[in-house]
Design a protein around this ligand. Structure first.
Ligand code: ADP
Length: 319
């Protein structure tokens, strides 16, 4: 019988709970023991650990956030910190670890694997910034949160004939801005992957204004720069009545969509199956709607390609 540890780490994402539930339930189904490690690598070092049973994960599939809590832990980036972590894992008789998180958390899992401790990563991040997988858990829910906000802002910006800049999350990745911008009917989408000129944004505004359209939505990815500064430049150039909305942490919360719950469930089960097969140092993903797994080093060394076709399409649809 294997003993599996599970933790959530880094930025939280809606659907992490569904993934925890899938790991715990499938592990117990296959006769394993499961320990939940609270607050990510920090809780591991501090031995904040409890055994999980079927009811520990009851009533959580629909809840945002993570019942195991999450945190960032600088100590785990040091050899000493990781040595404590491995010691704690051994103390509890944990044979292998499932890490749900983003690329930072996967780096931690990779380092554990290098120390000979089997770890499997499940991608839980709203940013969709991992190259090896089409989708990460939480991305779909956050897109929906953003388009809901865009819709509401559109109502008022249309009434008052205003220009709105909506700043969305995603760190260095423009996926949230791109797809939510497309689905929300934004006039302009600005992402870190593509250079842009303020002049072009202003010219587009002037053209649409000439056509009689006085309201406009600009979706700006946080990785590009400061929304307030951009707003000031646009006002200076066009004289537009402009407001800036930074959506902030509302994007991290909320009940996960069906897509994220299903994705998290499928990935959670695959992670346990990999561990039962004696696999280690792998990450789970999805490609062409098939659950896949690959070597963690390979996955982390891949560069994400930006979806330029969709970006161009947004331009066509927002003339
Ligand atoms: P995310 O997983 O959402 O990308 P972070 O980048 O903040 O979030 O990483 C989460 C945690 O993963 C960090 O606080 C740290 O404990 C661990 N981590 C990140 N990078 C490394 C690394 N190079 N080595 C070991 N642990 C790491």
């Amino acid at each position: 019988m294997k003993t599996i540890g599970i933790l959530t780490s880094g930025g939280d994402a809606p659907g992490m709970n569904a993934a925890i539930r899938a790991v715990v339930r499938s592990a117990i189904y296959y006769g394993c023991k499961v320990y939940g490690i609270n607050r990510g690598y920090k809780g591991l070092i501090e031995e904040d650990i409890q055994e999980m049973n079927l009811s520990s994960v009851g009533d959580i599939i629909h809840r945002g956030g993570t019942v195991l809590k999450s945190s960032r832990c600088e100590e785990f980036k040091t050899e000493e910190g990781r040595a404590i972590g491995v010691k704690v894992l051994k103390k509890y008789g944990i044979d292998c670890l499932v890490v749900i998180g983003g690329d930072g958390s996967f780096n931690g899992a990779q380092k554990l694997s290098e120390l000979g401790f089997p770890a499997i990563g499940i991608p839980g991040t709203i940013d969709n910034d991992l190259a090896y997988t089409d989708y990460t858990i939480g991305f779909d829910t956050t897109q929906n949160t953003i388009i809901d906000a865009i819709g509401k802002i559109r109502d008022t910006s249309s009434s008052h004939e205003r220009v709105n800049i909506i700043e969305v999350m995603g760190r260095h990745c423009g996926d949230l801005a791109l797809y939510a911008g497309l689905a929300g009917g934004a006039e302009t989408v600005i992402v870190p992957e593509v250079d842009f000129k303020v002049e072009d944004v202003c010219n587009k505004l002037k053209t649409t204004q000439k056509r009689g359209k006085r309201h406009s939505i600009i979706v700006l990815a946080e990785g590009v720069g400061n929304a307030q500064d951009l707003g000031k430049e646009i006002i200076k150039e066009t004289g537009a009545d402009l407001r800036v909305t930074v959506l902030g942490h509302v994007q991290r919360g909320g009940s996960p969509t069906a897509f994220d719950r299903i994705l998290a469930s499928r990935m959670g089960v695959r992670a346990v199956e990999l561990l039962l097969d004696g696999k280690a140092a792998r990450v789970v993903g999805i490609r062409d709607n098939k659950i896949i797994d690959m070597d963690i080093h390979e996955a982390l060394s891949m560069n994400k390609t930006f979806d330029k076709d969709t970006y161009e399409m947004v331009k066509i649809l927002s003339i």
